[in-house]
Design a protein around this ligand. Structure first.
Ligand code: SF4
Length: 851
């Protein structure tokens, strides 16, 4: 039978299979997923686990049927015991299981009391690009329209705030002009600060497929590391960290001097070009500023000069910097100067990290935005939004951005905080300070799918949220395409949608009128209507065509790109690439005068790496530059991917990538344990010595939390420096030192259940990491204690698990400092079951890990 973009049901002899199209919840590519559930559209949950399989949605215009490793493993997040076993099932108040009415009453009362006593700016919300747009919309409405503060910020601040600010400065709006299709239409693709192969794999596969079809397509990668993306490029420029803007500023001057600028476009559609030219670095200085050889610079400049169809892709490597916004504008300047913006095959293309960072931008989830791409500083917009919401008040000035928000928690200004779907104790810079602040805040609510995060343990109210596959709503990907996430299975336990929790709390705070939403479709219609209110083409974000869709039409909604001012043709229900929508090709921008702005490059910061904070300059004490980022198969702080054996085989331990020269200088041997330290903190990670890393720089992944490793939270090493325009933290250029950490003993263990080894966390005497495997967990340990003492500690920990009569098998060789222990326990049917086995020695344990 014909399949729609919504649901369809087919029946075979013994069972009913329901096919549902939904969207991957991981990265900003926003791939379509086709899920099949067996036996019921809403399957049973924990016992038995639901039967779900996923494949790529062949008709989704982002991925045309392909999925990366994370997307392909999505069914396991619903069907694996480890994953489902990690879920938060009921509301919890002060550590005790509770009920929804009591939990909601408590949250509402604590927020209302705090506001009454200390004012609206004493409360805050820290939300997430993992939320669905409907969740985001209601929480933003509550905070800015009803509580009357703008103290709501999102973890997207850590991801793409510099791109938002750069777009707004240049275009007068936060508009991504181009689309993924442009990557297939381009003749040159320049990827800067973007390890697309690992971080946005399906977009990279589209590029590689085009390269195979059309070998003349040139792929250029600008990245300090020889990443998997760089290894497949025609040209890799191993630039010095944080200097991309010099390369693009130099490029602008070279294009102008070479007569390659589109002077008509500049004259008719932009302003500020002449001023901009005055502030460019000399051509001769670009090599010195960027650390690049002249031949590579010449090759890049020549490609831009001689190719009409160029797309410049930028991502977190650009955004997560104290000069991120300036770098974004240096890229956009080049595209404006050549008139290459929003045209088929040419333009700047920001790719977001999170699945719904764009949706958050659309509703105003950032502290400096209001709603529907309207800035909070615009009085006319404030009046429009307040009147649309019919709300008692409206925030009048920007709220606290992420780093400032947690500083305000630290200094006691914020006294009640609700964290939704994110884990700032691991992901924020100054992570230890954030943890300390949350341990002291008078009231903390956390809504999440799991209580096994380093943030959840500080919550006074813990609210179980529905996970992917359970919740229902929309997300927007990096090319402005809005797709539905649909429910596949019955939610576990008492889990509820985030938008529902917010509405229930709002009602209890006395705001019932503004939050009487029946379902996600009702929220979406209001969001769509607001985008069109008073718009008339003055704002880029307009999906008013969806303002009157019915619940059934919402259920069937096919992926579409905004803007969408006419009601979608649901009868056709055929998302295709033919409907690509681009902005600015005709040169109409959203500044009041309709002109785009050339942004003058900041020159102060060109004189030294960071005049704002000398702690961030390499020094004899901290001589190496730390870069942080993603691994291919992990997601954020591993709350979902860390439980899946299918995704931990790629890279299973936290590591530091270091060049052989630096490793020798630091006296590191390959695979030894290394301490990476900055002026604010340190971590213990495995040394990975490789030429992929340029000398002078090191790389540590962002993922490992205290749930999976001791002392490897890399954001505890990052200080709180931010881009002064966007407020985005500089997560990729932290001066550090690296030194060997010399344990006296090593251990390897396998466990039937995950042991609680939190006692080893944050203790300088221990290193450990924990990896899920089929049927249990395996772990690596190291300790400053000698083997004879370390085995006692490990046995104490390991003996917490396993019930009934225990039997041990020991092998102790004190002279050789080698110990082995296995514990068995009786099961109900009398058969012996291995609870754990551990090997401890004075040297790294030589046991096959596949054991
Ligand atoms: Fe999901 Fe991103 Fe992979 Fe697509 S590329 S399947 S959106 S993680």
């Amino acid at each position: 039978m014909a399949r729609t973009s919504g649901d369809s049901v087919s029946v075979n002899r013994s069972s009913t299979v329901t096919t549902i199209n939904t969207t991957c919840p991981y990265c900003g590519v926003g791939c379509g997923v086709t899920a099949q559930t067996l036996n019921a559209p809403v399957a049973a949950t924990a016992h038995p686990l639901p039967l779900v399989s996923v494949t790529g949605d062949k008709r989704h215009p982002a991925n045309f049927g392909k999925l990366c490793a994370k997307g392909a493993a999505l069914a396991e997040t619903l069907t694996s015991e480890l994953s489902v076993g990690s879920r938060l099932l009921t509301p919890r108040l002060y550590g005790v299981d509770s009920t929804w009415p009591d939990a909601l009453d408590t949250v509402a009362t604590r927020f209302a009391d705090t506001i009454k006593k200390y004012g609206p700016d004493s409360v805050a919300f820290y939300v997430s690009g993992q939320l669905l747009t409907e969740d985001y919309y209601v929480v933003n409405k509550l905070v800015k329209g009803y509580i009357g503060t703008a103290n709501i910020d999102t973890n997207s601040r850590l991801c793409m705030a510099s791109s938002v600010a750069g777009h707004q400065r240049a275009f007068g709006s936060d508009t991504v002009p181009n689309t993924y299709r442009d990557l297939e239409l381009a003749d040159v693709i320049v990827l800067t600060g973007s390890n697309l192969a690992w971080c946005h794999p399906i977009v990279f596969q589209r590029i590689l497929a085009e390269k195979e079809r059309r070998p003349a397509l040139q792929i250029v990668v600008i990245d300090p590391r020889r990443t998997m993306t760089a290894q497949q490029a025609d040209l890799h420029l191993a630039i010095a960290p944080g200097t991309d803007r010099h390369l693009f500023n130099g490029l602008l001057g070279a294009l102008y001097r070479g007569g390659h600028c589109d002077l008509d476009f500049i004259d008719q559609h932009t302003t500020g070009f002449a001023d901009c030219l005055q502030h460019l670095p000399s051509f001769a200085s670009v090599g010195k500023l960027t650390g690049l050889d002249q031949a590579s610079i010449d090759r890049l400049y020549s490609l831009y000069a001689t190719t009409a169809k160029v797309v410049t892709v930028f991502s977190q490597g650009v955004n997560q910097s104290e000069t991120g916004t300036d770098t974004v504008n240096s890229i956009i300047n080049v595209h404006l100067a050549t008139g290459r913006v929003g045209k088929p095959g040419s333009g700047p293309l920001s790719i977001t990290g999170q699945p719904n960072a764009m949706g958050g931008r659309e509703v105003g989830g950032l502290a400096n935005m209001l709603a529907a791409h309207m800035p909070i500083g615009n009085a006319r917009h404030r009046s429009l939004v307040q009147s649309f919401w019919n709300s008692p008040r409206i925030a009048t000035q920007p709220g606290l951005k992420a780093v400032d928000l947690f500083d305000a928690v630290s200094n006691g200004t914020i006294r009640a905080l609700w964290i939704m779907a994110t884990n700032p104790v691991d992901s924020m810079p100054m992570a230890d300070t954030v943890a300390a602040a949350l341990s002291d805040i008078p009231f903390l609510a956390v809504s999440d799918v799991t209580d096994q995060t380093d943030t959840a343990k500080y919550a006074h109210a813990l609210l179980p949220a529905q996970a992917w596959g359970e919740k229902d709503g929309t997300v927007t990907n990096s090319e402005r395409r809005i797709s539905r996430q649909r429910r596949l299975v019955k939610p576990v336990g008492d889990a509820m949608p985030d938008w529902w929790m917010v509405c229930e709390v709002a009602k209890r705070m006395g705001y019932a009128d503004g939050f009487d939403f029946d379902n996600a479709a009702t929220v979406f219609r209001e969001h769509a209507a607001l985008s069109g209110a008073g718009n008339n083409g003055t704002r880029d974000f307009d999906i008013s065509g969806c303002a009157t869709i019915t619940n059934d039409e919402y259920a069937q909604l096919a992926p579409f790109q905004w803007p969408l001012t006419d009601k979608p043709n649901l009868a056709a229900n055929e998302p295709t690439a033919d409907t690509e929508k681009r902005f600015f090709a005709s040169g109409q921008f959203y500044h009041d005068d309709g002109l785009a702005r050339f942004v003058i490059p900041v020159t102060d910061s060109d004189k030294q790496p960071s005049p704002l904070n000398t702690d961030r300059c390499p020094s004899s004490r901290y001589p190496l530059i730390l870069n942080t980022g993603r691994c291919r198969d992990q997601w954020h702080t591993m709350t979902r991917t860390g439980h899946l054996p299918a995704l931990t085989g790629h890279l299973c331990e936290p590591f530091v990538e270091i060049n052989p020269k630096d490793a020798a200088a630091c006296q590191l041997e390959d695979a030894c344990i290394a301490r990476v330290s900055s002026h604010v903190g340190d971590v213990l990670v495995r040394a990975l010595i490789t030429e992929r890393q340029q000398a002078g720089c090191v790389f540590v992944p962002m993922h490992w939390s205290q749930q999976f490793s001791g002392n490897a939270r890399i954001d505890a090493v990052i200080d709180g420096q931010v881009d002064p325009v966007s407020g985005q933290p500089a997560l990729k250029r932290q001066p550090v030192s690296v030194s060997p950490w010399s344990p006296k003993s090593y251990a390897f263990g396998v466990f039937a259940e995950k042991p609680d080894i939190s006692v080893l966390t944050n203790d300088a005497d221990y290193y450990w990491t924990m990896v899920p495997v089929s049927g249990g967990w395996r772990a690596e340990f190291a300790s400053r204690l000698p083997p004879a003492a370390f085995i006692k500690t490990l046995r104490l920990l390991a003996d917490q698990q396993g019930h009934g009569m225990a039997a041990y098998v020991n092998y102790d060789d004190g002279a050789a400092q080698s110990y082995r222990v296995a514990r068995y326990t009786d099961t109900v049917n009398g058969a012996n079951r291995l609870v754990y086995a551990m090997f401890i020695a004075a040297a790294p344990v030589a046991v096959a890990r596949s054991f």
